[in-house]
Design a protein. Structure first.
Length: 71
């Protein structure tokens, strides 16, 4: 299986980074929801925020030399 598509178990340091990212993305989600009026634009912003969160976590685990790739 290619590393790109494999499950990566993050290292302890990687898990700390992922937790920090998730907290930051959650805070931004709350701020966007509170400030932006209900609209298509807000929905797109929140969808793209979710996409950015996914790619950020993937960047951490795929580039963490201490993460474990499941076989």
């Amino acid at each position: 299986m290619m590393k790109t598509f494999a499950y990566h178990k993050p290292s302890d340091v990687g898990l700390e980074k992922i937790t920090a990212l998730r907290e930051a993305f959650s805070d931004l989600h709350e701020k966007i929801s509170a400030i932006c009026p209900t609209s298509r634009e807000r929905s797109v912003a929140l969808t793209e925020l979710e996409t950015a969160a996914m790619w950020s976590v993937k960047a951490v685990v795929c580039n963490d030399p201490e993460s474990e790739v499941a076989k």
